[in-house]
Structure formats: structure tokens, C-alpha cells
Design a protein around this ligand. Structure first.
Ligand code: SF4
Ligand code: SF4
Length: 310
């Protein structure tokens, strides 16, 4: 197996000691870029491929150095000192964060080679071996950087590590199938079976996604993850439709229901973006509703987990 160790990719985080994203104890590598923009996304800093700047107002000294440093004029201040940021103009250069004298500006996103990333991941190799764990690629959607993802997965397999991927399966089929031979477990999201609702709340149709899931399930064990979102898909009909789709596939190990939370809301403020879930006045789901959905999935013949349950 030839591995291109100098292939570069863009990542925005590495999280260690995870117990919920595949077997054993895992390190999760978060890749930049996502074809979807779900209203409830708790990692909005992942969606753009380029680096993004996050602004923490509580740390800001209002020195206005960021305004002077930004050649794009993405940062401006009003006469009474209120900072404005235009995300659509920003190119992610990081010039603003470089001159910020406090911790008010943090860049999310950096480029790394497969070789350097593997060297970083090797720090946990004894833990992978003892726990049966390994590396999970997440995002964003790792399939958006297919060359980097494939070389990274190959390099992980060359180390003898278990590999998993969290994906939207919203990519060209041939690209997905390039990665499949190097993945031990695929976790794929289904948000909605209705194409129009899917388009409204994620920005894209679900047709390609569902077709790809059918194709991938023929080759690999998969977990289907379903974010359960108030006013989007939290009815018996909508969860039942997803459960029946899952039950008709081979190799589905379980459906994992992920209850809505609003923990990512502050990130939208830091990115200068709207948190669209506020339009829906969405509240957390109660246990009774979630248990009802669990029963629906199990009645369809598929094991079901809620949240981080093992
Ligand atoms: S990262 Fe964006 S806001 Fe900051 S200097 Fe570059 S273009 Fe301007
Ligand atoms: S450079 Fe940093 S501290 Fe100064 S105004 Fe900009 S964000 Fe605030």
C-alpha cells in the first residue's frame, strides 16, 4: 500500500480520549469543509474550508488594531466603538488575530501533512492498542478533502489502528468508495427523508446522500446517526420513515438518536453569523419523546442508542 505522506489537508481540531465515536478510546481529527449547513450544527467553524476567525467580545480591549490590519475591510467599528464583522468578505488570512493583543480573536483551521498528523496521533498509540480504539475522522465532512482523507486513513491502517469516519455521504460516489476499503466503521447522518424539508434545513437535497448510503452499506458496517431536532424531524412519522429506511439496508449496526442541544449557539455569535434555530424557538426534547422514538426504531428491527449510550 503506497501512502502519500506529504498530502496536505485542513483541520480545525484534534480531540483525544473520546469514548463515543467508534470502538475503544479514540482520537478524533476534525477536517474543515462541509457541503451542508444544518441550522443546528454545533461546529459551525467547520463548515468553510478556509480558516475562520472567532471573536470573543468579553476579551476585546477595543483597541481597533484588527480593523487596521484587515486588508479586506471585513472588520469595522462604529463611532461609538461597536465592532462589526463581515464573514462574507473575510478570506481567513488571520492578519487580525496576529495583531490582537488579547485572546479576543482565535483562528480556527490550519494546514497539516499526513506525515505530521500521524506523528501527532502516534502519541496515543499505546492507548489505541490497549483499548482497541483508534482514529475517527470527523468534521465538517472528511469526504470534502478526499485525497487527504484517503491518505490519512491508509496511514492509520499502516500503523494497525482502527479507523472510523463521521460523514454526511454527500460526495461523489467514486470518491466515497475510494475511502471505504480503509475504514472499519462508517457513521453517517440522516436528517430527514423528505427532500424539500432536507433542503430547507440543511441547504442541500437528500437524494445523493440516501443513494450513497445505500451503496456504502453494501460494503461496510454503518451506524446511522439521526439528530432529533424540534420542529424539523421530531414526529413519529419522520423518525419512523428514517427507521424503515435503515431497516431495509444491510450492515446497519444501530440507529443513534442524537437529541437536539443548543451548545453551539455562542459559536455563531463569535463567527458573526445567525443561529437560525432561534427562528424556531426550539427547546430540548424530553425523555418520554426520545423513548417513544427508540421504540419506533426497534420495532423496525434496528438496535437503537440515544446520545452517548454504549
Ligand atoms: S482573517 Fe478575515 S477579518 Fe481577519 S484580517 Fe483576514 S480577512 Fe480580515
Ligand atoms: S485587535 Fe483584538 S482586542 Fe483589539 S479591537 Fe480587535 S478584537 Fe478587540
Amino acid at each position: 500500500m503506497e501512502i502519500q505522506y506529504q498530502t496536505e489537508g485542513d483541520i480545525f481540531d484534534i480531540q483525544r480520549f473520546s469514548l463515543n465515536d467508534g470502538p475503544g478510546i479514540r482520537t478524533i481529527v476534525f477536517l474543515k469543509g462541509c457541503p451542508l449547513s444544518c441550522w443546528w450544527c454545533s461546529n459551525p467553524e467547520s463548515q468553510r474550508r478556509r480558516p475562520v476567525v472567532m471573536y470573543n467580545e468579553a476579551e476585546c480591549l477595543h483597541c481597533r488594531r484588527c480593523e487596521s490590519a484587515c486588508k479586506q475591510h471585513a472588520v469595522t467599528f462604529t463611532e461609538d466603538g461597536v465592532r462589526h464583522f463581515s464573514d462574507d468578505i473575510c478570506i481567513g488570512s488571520g492578519d487580525c488575530a496576529a495583531v490582537c493583543p488579547s485572546q479576543a480573536l482565535v483562528m480556527k483551521g490550519s494546514r497539516i501533512t499526513v506525515e505530521n498528523l500521524i506523528n501527532e496521533l502516534k502519541k496515543e498509540r499505546s492507548m489505541f492498542r490497549r483499548s482497541g480504539g483508534g482514529v475517527t475522522l470527523s468534521g465538517g465532512d472528511p469526504l470534502m478533502q478526499i485525497d487527504f482523507a484517503v491518505e490519512l486513513l491508509k496511514a492509520c491502517k499502516a500503523q494497525g489502528w482502527n479507523t472510523a469516519i463521521e460523514t454526511e455521504c454527500c460526495a461523489e460516489r467514486e470518491n466515497i468508495l475510494r475511502a471505504v476499503p480503509y475504514i472499519d466503521h462508517i457513521m453517517v447522518d440522516i436528517k430527514h427523508m423528505d427532500e424539500e424539508k432536507h433542503r430547507i434545513f440543511t441547504g442541500v437535497s437528500n437524494r445523493l446522500i440516501l443513494d450513497n448510503i445505500r451503496a456504502v452499506a453494501a460494503f461496510s458496517p454503518i451506524t446511522i446517526r439521526v439528530p432529533v431536532i424540534p420542529h424539523v424531524n421530531n414526529t413519529e412519522k419522520e423518525i419512523g420513515d428514517i427507521a424503515r429506511f435503515a431497516a431495509a439496508l444491510p450492515n446497519v449496526q444501530c440507529v443513534n438518536l442524537l437529541p437536539y442541544h443548543s451548545l453551539g449557539e455562542n459559536k455563531y455569535k463569535m463567527l458573526g453569523r445567525e443561529y437560525k434555530m432561534n427562528r424556531l424557538s426550539a427547546k430540548s426534547l424530553d425523555n418520554e419523546a426520545l423513548e417513544k422514538y427508540r421504540s419506533l426504531v426497534e420495532q423496525a428491527g434496528v438496535p437503537c442508542r440515544i446520545g452517548d449510550e454504549s
